[in-house]
Design a protein around this ligand. Structure first.
Ligand code: ADP
Ligand code: MG
Length: 536
């Protein structure tokens, strides 16, 4: 091995000039204490780990040959050393141990410092050393680098007796350095891959389950633990085929090498809530196209499903609304004609009381249809002064036909002619009461009474109370109210109460529901009242 520009004679002169005594035993002035050494070793943990493997193998392969192998950091501090027992004595006499620092200043000519200074492999044999004591030693060092960061790590060295000196030691160091540098590079790449893998596994909202080719589950992410409701530890002891939800599909991927994609599966929790997952299970093949394992992916698409359903419902409702609105028009037109003709018949009517009754009923039908037409048209919200009493009269009239059909009697507990004004949107407020009346009527399939009251309370709020003697609700049902799509009805939408709550919020109002299973339900609405002075 060529050693560029190292002239031992010049170096020896420099040592003499520094006042080093060649007859002395070179000493170490810088020695790390146990704590500082441990810290430095931790900092170089991967390097020491790789070095240990190669040094151990090397020393064990040459029993009885006096060799000391050392690794230093880039400042010349010895981090790790291992020696054949035959070299122990020399090492002890020289005071070489973990934590000592090799320096030109105190140690004269030494291979570690020269390798670091010249950045090349260095061999110093016998009398090339400055100190006489080292004239029966041969030392070899090579600088080592971290290829990932292109950064100097330190040195690898061998020290042996001069009788064993051989340039092959430098070649050996060279090979070892190459291997260690590559090993460190691989360790770094593995660590990067591990981090990337973890990042992908843990940041995704999809549940991921990975199995090896023997069908053992080898990795599971947090989302999957949550979805299959089993923790990682217990999943890792399962076989892929037994894995909840995805077992059959993983098994298919492993045994037949076939993928299963976009499989929709719905599960019902104990509370009755449905969750829908989109499932893929794919075989994994290595570079040689051999099956290496399989993985399953679960995506929670419940909210997408709900949105789809909501759009469907909204569309359905809009279509029904449109049809009903045109039907209402068709009813109103002939009704106007009928009313006109009946009025013409007035003089010939045998019983005037009956005549008035017919007219009143026709007017009532008209009112209902007019109200219905207002509600069925999509309206921009328009806040203004609203008389709650009037709104209740109107909505009760509107609900009356349905009530009669369902054998429900609507009882008004208010007949106070003085208005109760609140600030709000008339159509939205009507919508609230229509929703509540409809729910109450649905709750009394065999008929019953529906009471409605409205008054001012002592706090000066307007209070409307809608109460039925229907099927009522359990506490669990009460807890679910207002959740979109929560319905217990076959043709329900589960949107009524949600819309009601939203409207009340817009009106700064509140909604209180009291219900007993089998007894009935009372819903109390409170609205802030418009102050007299602001009414003008
Ligand atoms: P929908 O009427 O379409 O089911 P709502 O949001 O109006 O949707 O009501 C949700 C659920 O609340 C109903 O399905 C019913 O189970 C319950 N509910 C609402 N009002 C009453 C009531 N007055 N009595 C009993 N149950 C009710
Ligand atoms: Mg409803």
């Amino acid at each position: 091995m060529k050693q560029n520009n190292i002239c031992f004679d010049t170096l020896k002169k420099e040592c003499a000039a520094r006042g080093l005594d060649p007859k002395s035993i070179p000493s170490f002035n810088h020695i790390l204490d146990a704590e500082a050494l441990a810290a430095r070793q931790r900092q170089h943990a991967e390097f020491i780990h790789a070095v240990t493997y190669f040094f151990d193998k090397f020393i064990a392969s040459l029993p009885g040959i006096p060799i000391l192998a050392t690794a230093t950091d880039k400042h010349g501090y010895v981090l790790h050393m291992i020696g054949d027992s035959s070299i122990k004595e020399m090492v002890m006499k020289l005071g070489i141990q973990n934590g000592v620092q090799m320096t030109n200043e105190y140690n004269g000519i030494n291979s570690v410092c020269l390798a670091l200074d010249y950045q090349q492999p260095v061999g110093i044999v016998g009398s090339q050393h400055y100190h006489y004591y080292l004239h029966n030693a041969a030392c070899y060092s090579i600088p080592i680098w971290n290829r990932n960061q292109n950064e100097e790590i330190g040195t690898l060295s061998f020290m042996t007796a001069v009788d064993f000196a051989h340039p092959l030691f430098l070649s050996l160091l060279m090979t070892m350095k190459e291997s260690i540098e590559r090993e460190l590079q691989l360790m770094k790449q593995n660590e990067n891959l591990r981090l990337l893998n973890e990042l992908i596994m843990e940041t995704t909202t999809s549940g991921l389950i990975v199995s090896d080719k023997e069908g053992n589950i080898i990795n599971v992410n947090k989302a999957a633990e949550r979805m299959v409701k089993q923790d990682k530890q217990s999943l890792l002891s399962e076989t892929a085929a037994n894995c909840p939800f995805v077992g059959d599909y993983l098994e298919r991927a492993l045994s037949k090498g076939l993928p299963s994609t976009d499989i929709e599966r719905t599960f019902k929790s104990t509370s009755g809530r449905e969750t829908t997952y989109l499932l893929d299970a794919l075989p994994i093949f290595d570079q040689t196209d051999t099956l290496a394992g399989a993985f399953a992916q679960l995506r929670d698409i419940t909210s997408r499903k709900e949105t789809e359903q909501m759009l469907l419902n909204t569309e359905k409702l809009a279509a029904v609304g449109q049809m009903a609105a045109s039907a209402a028009h068709e009813i109103r037109n002939p009704l106007t004609t009928i009313r006109g003709f009946i009025q013409l018949l007035k003089p010939s009517f045998f019983d005037q009381e009956h005549f008035n009754l017919v007219l009143e009923e026709i007017d009532r039908i008209n009112l209902i249809i007019s109200e219905f037409l207002i509600l069925s048209k999509p309206q921009a919200t328009c806040f203004g002064e609203q008389n709650l009493i009037q709104i209740l009269h109107d909505t009760i009239a509107l609900s009356q036909p349905q009530a009669s059909m369902s054998n429900v009697q609507i009882i008004k507990y208010f007949d106070d002619p003085s208005p109760i004004f609140i600030h709000g949107d008339g159509n939205q407020l009507k919508q609230v009461f229509i929703n509540l009346f409809k729910n109450s009527m649905d709750a009394m399939p065999g008929g019953g009474t529906l009471s409605v009251d409205v008054h001012m309370n002592v706090q000066g709020e307007a209070v409307a109370v809608v109460s039925d003697k229907g099927i009522g609700m359990t506490n669990e049902q009460l807890g679910q109210l207002g959740t979109p799509f929560y319905t217990t009805k076959k043709d329900g939408t589960g949107l009524g109460l949600m819309i009601t709550q939203r409207i009340l919020k817009q009106h700064d109002g509140s909604l209180d529901i009291q219900s007993t299973k089998g007894k009935g339900t009372t819903i109390t609405l409170r609205f802030p009242v418009k102050k007299e002075e602001t009414l003008k």
